[in-house]
Write a protein that binds this ligand. Structure first.
Ligand SMILES: [Zn+2]
Ligand SMILES: [Zn+2]
Length: 179
């Protein structure tokens, strides 16, 4: 089964501009999905794990359909341009990262040249794809909501900080600490 991915231009519209980060995200995601499609049964739900929050993650969300709101888009703050796509049922997964050799090769290009080089690169020279058996992190549980004693806004209980005996939301707690 060959999947048709949205063209790069469409992803540019979604993101707001074209940039090497977006092109990289586009390429990593489409190549990872081609690999994943060989592994999964058609309608299996996919979970995406991204290890940074840069431009490229807009391409991940647009192409994969995994989004923050649906809860199948998970951000791990590792500062690495690495994406893992997991089939929820089978646990089959593909981890996509950039081929370090390619990075060095395009390092001296102008921005536009770099975007073109990324988009036209072959899978082999551009990406490192590893089959893994990904564990899907437990879905966010439903926590109780509490009221911040300062701003009176509703806050998930796991995000409440207790400062001087008062239960505060994170922004109010930070203000309290710095005052
Ligand atoms: Zn960008
Ligand atoms: Zn508050």
């Amino acid at each position: 089964m060959k999947k048709n991915f949205p063209p790069y231009d469409e992803v540019v519209k979604f993101h707001g501009h074209s940039c090497p980060g977006l092109a990289t995200g586009y390429k990593l995601t489409t190549l990872a999905f081609e690999k994943l499609n060989e592994l999964r049964s058609q309608d299996e739900e996919i979970v995406a794990i991204v290890e940074n929050d840069a431009c490229g993650t807009d391409a991940v969300q647009y192409i994969s359909g995994c989004t923050f709101g649906k809860g199948n888009f998970i951000f791990k703050d590792h500062g690495k341009m690495v994406y893992t796509f997991i089939c929820r049922k089978s646990g089959k997964a593909v981890r996509a990262s950039r081929n370090p050799v390619f990075r060095k090769k395009v390092g001296n290009l102008t921005r536009d040249e770099m975007i073109n080089a990324i988009l036209s690169a072959s899978a082999q020279e551009f990406v490192k794809l590893e089959e893994t058996s990904g564990k899907v992190p437990v879905k966010a549980q439903l926590y109780k909501n509490l009221t911040c004693e300062e701003c009176q806004e509703t806050v998930m209980e796991t995000r409440i900080k207790e400062i001087n005996g008062r239960k505060l939301c994170i922004p109010c707690a930070n203000k309290e600490i710095s005052s």
